[in-house]
Design a protein around this ligand. Structure first.
Ligand SMILES: [Zn+2]
Length: 256
């Protein structure tokens, strides 16, 4: 296949790749993955991410942001570090940012504040946002609407809501990040994808998490994007070439 695939969300700096990172990346590139977009989590993940950005400057592109699961008592200090980096490096996007009320609601208020602050940073630096929202879709939507910036765009990464959620995200001008969940039996994306347009989605793995079937439960990696693209094609009843071509265009529309 001669098409280029953009991996819009992968934590390739994660320590689970320490032993074979270069091989893992070469495998992805040989599968047609032309770019890998790296979401940041917190200050502790910046060093590893930036090392990859330096090593693969045209292929591994970093985002900057504070992940909602890392929003704790010290979140203001973390946001200060995010801001400092934004002032000295041209990042691809602000991410990953958002709300996660799945594990813990202790810092819900702080998560909201961190999200809104980072939406403002996106505006200031003219960047799009990569959203992580888990058990918090409508809370996140409310914050986006409150932020009231019609120019704010981005991706709802690892989208896993229902059709009404999908339509709302699209209405707000966002793309849906589709990953390994599309291959899960009860993933629910089979009920959404046939009702939306190919122009509304991008592909991602969220590696090392959420590996697609037949690797479910194992380490995920960007090379598996071809499995995800094929499953999206089957579900939407189009060719895999069409899926890759359109999702790459969609991804580029954010960047250029
Ligand atoms: Zn992620």
């Amino acid at each position: 296949m001669n098409l280029s695939i953009i991996e819009t969300h992968a934590h390739i700096y994660d320590e689970v790749f320490a032993e074979d990172r270069a091989i893992m990346l070469e495998k992805a590139f040989s599968e047609g993955v032309s770019e890998i977009w790296m979401p940041n989590c917190a200050s502790e993940t910046i060093e590893g991410m930036m090392a990859l950005a330096e090593q693969y400057p045209t292929k591994c592109l970093p985002m900057m942001g504070l992940h909602p699961c890392y929003v704790k008592e010290d979140f203001e200090k973390e946001l200060y570090i995010v801001e400092e980096w934004l002032n000295k490096y041209k990042f691809l996007a602000i991410g990953e940012i958002g709300m996660d009320l799945y594990w813990d609601k202790t810092f819900q208020k702080q998560q909201e504040e961190a999200f809104l602050t980072q939406c403002q940073l996106a505006k200031k630096h003219n960047l799009w946002i990569d959203i992580h929202s888990r058990n918090a879709f409508w809370e996140t939507v409310e914050l986006i609407e409150k932020n009231a910036d019609p120019n704010l765009k981005g991706i709802f990464h690892c989208f896993s809501g229902d059709l009404a959620d999908a339509q709302k995200a699209i209405e707000l001008g966002f793309l849906l990040g589709i990953g390994g969940v599309v291959t899960f039996k009860n993933g629910g994306l089979d009920k959404i994808l046939p009702h939306i347009s190919l122009e509304n989605i991008v592909l991602e793995t969220d590696a090392p998490y959420l590996a697609p079937v037949p690797y479910r439960g194992k380490r995920n990696e960007p090379a598996y994007l071809t499995i995800i693209a094929q499953k999206v094609a089957d579900t939407m009843e189009v060719s895999v070439e069409q899926v890759i071509e359109q999702t790459t265009l969609n991804a580029k529309s954010l960047r250029y």
